[in-house]
Design a protein around this ligand. Structure first.
Ligand SMILES: Cc1cc2nc3c(=O)[nH]c(=O)nc-3n(C[C@H](O)[C@H](O)[C@H](O)COP(=O)(O)O)c2cc1C
Length: 303
C-alpha cells in the first residue's frame, strides 16, 4: 500500500500536490475542470486590498520550454473576494489556501485577515511583488520580507507560508528572515524574471516587457533554492514550486528537501495533469520499493 500523505508543520496533506496560485483560478472555478481530490491543497489567485486591474494584453506567452506571464495580479480586492468566493470554499473537495499580496506590510496583514475570515485554511504570502515602502520586490530584501511576514503573523491565527523569489541574491538569508518573522513554511519559488521578443513584429512578447518565466526551465532554479534553504534551515518545511510536470519531478523536489510541490504552468497544457503525475509517482515508488512518500524528503545522497 503506497502512502502519498505528507506533512507541513501542523498541516497534513493527503497528497504532495498543491495547486499553484494563479493557475487554479479561485479554486472554485477549477473544480469544474479538474479532480480536486487529487490535491493536498489548492491556492487561490493572489488577492490585494483594493481591486487590481492587471496589465493589458499580451500578458501570457509561450517561450522555449516554458511560459512568460505578466498578469499584474488582476483581482477584485479582498472585500469582493470574501463575498464572491468565501461562501463556496467549505464545499470544495480540497483545502483552499488564500494568497495575500499588497503594497505595504500593513496591507498584507489586512488582506490576510480577510482571507482568514472567508474561511481559507492557510495563507501563502506572495512576496514577489513590488515593494512600495522601499525598492524592488519584498522578496529581495530581508527586512522587507520580515516586516510583511510579521504583519501577516500578527493578523491571523491560521498557518502561513512565505512564497519567495528565485531572483533573490541569497535565498537562504531571505528564507531565514521569513521564518524568524513567523512563517510556518516556505514556498520555493515564484517565477524568475524573463522576457521575449517577436522578431517579426519586433515587439516584446509581453506588454509589460519583462515578466515571470515558469514551467520546466524553472525546475533546476527552484530546486537549487530548495537545496540552499535546506542547508541553512534543515527543520523548516518547504514546498517546491517550479516546472513540475512528471512524477519524477515530484520525487526530485522531495529528495532535495521539499515536503510537497506546487503544480502551476502544467495546468495550462493539461488541467487534469495531477492524475497522471500521481500515477507516475506510485509507479516510481513501487519500482524503488518505497511505501511512504515521506521517506524521500531530504534523502538526497552526497557523492
Ligand atoms: C499565469 C500565471 C499566474 C500566476 N499568478 C500568481 C499569483 O497570483 N500569485 C502567486 O503567488 N504566484 C503566481 N504565479 C506563479 C505560480 O504560482 C508558480 O509559482 C510559478 O508559475 C512556478 O511554478 P510552475 O513552473 O509550476 O508554473 C502565477 C503563474 C502563472 C503562470
Amino acid at each position: 500500500m503506497i502512502d502519498l500523505g505528507t506533512t507541513l508543520g501542523s498541516v497534513e496533506l493527503r497528497t504532495p500536490l498543491i495547486g499553484a496560485a494563479g493557475t487554479v483560478g479561485s479554486v472554485v472555478d477549477f473544480a469544474g475542470v479538474a479532480d480536486l481530490s487529487l490535491y493536498g491543497a489548492a491556492v487561490a489567485k493572489s488577492v490585494s486590498e483594493e481591486p487590481w486591474e492587471g496589465r493589458p494584453a499580451p500578458r501570457l506567452a509561450p517561450s522555449g520550454l516554458g511560459m512568460l506571464n505578466s498578469i499584474g495580479i488582476q483581482n477584485p480586492g479582498i472585500e469582493a473576494w470574501v463575498e464572491q468566493v468565501g461562501p463556496y470554499l467549505a464545499d470544495l473537495d480540497v483545502p483552499v489556501w488564500g494568497s495575500a499580496v499588497g503594497k505595504t506590510a500593513a496591507e498584507f496583514g489586512r488582506v490576510a485577515a480577510g482571507l482568514e475570515r472567508a474561511g481559507v485554511q492557510a495563507i501563502e504570502i506572495n512576496l514577489s511583488c513590488p515593494n512600495l515602502e522601499g525598492h524592488g520586490m519584498f522578496a529581495l530584501d530581508r527586512d522587507a520580507t520580515g516586516a510583511v511576514v510579521g504583519a501577516v503573523r500578527q493578523a491571523v491565527g491560521i498557518p502561513i507560508g512565505a512564497k519567495l523569489s528565485p531572483n533573490a541574491e541569497d535565498i537562504g538569508a531571505i528564507s531565514s528572515a521569513a521564518v524568524a518573522a513567523g512563517a510556518d513554511w516556505l514556498v520555493l519559488t515564484n517565477t524568475v524574471w524573463g522576457a521575449g521578443i517577436d522578431i517579426r513584429t519586433r515587439r516584446p512578447l509581453l506588454s509589460g516587457l519583462i515578466g515571470g518565466y515558469s514551467g520546466p526551465p524553472l525546475k533546476p532554479i527552484a530546486l537549487r533554492c530548495v537545496l540552499e534553504t535546506r542547508r541553512v534551515l534543515p527543520e523548516v518545511p518547504i514546498i517546491g514550486c517550479g516546472g513540475v510536470t512528471r512524477g519524477a519531478d515530484v520525487l526530485e523536489f522531495l529528495l532535495a528537501g521539499a515536503s510537497a510541490v506546487c503544480l502551476g504552468t502544467a495546468h495550462f497544457d493539461r488541467p487534469r495533469i495531477a492524475g497522471k503525475i500521481l500515477d507516475e509517482v506510485r509507479l516510481l515508488m513501487a519500482d524503488h520499493e518505497m511505501t511512504s512518500i515521506r521517506d524521500y524528503i531530504g534523502a538526497v545522497q552526497p557523492w
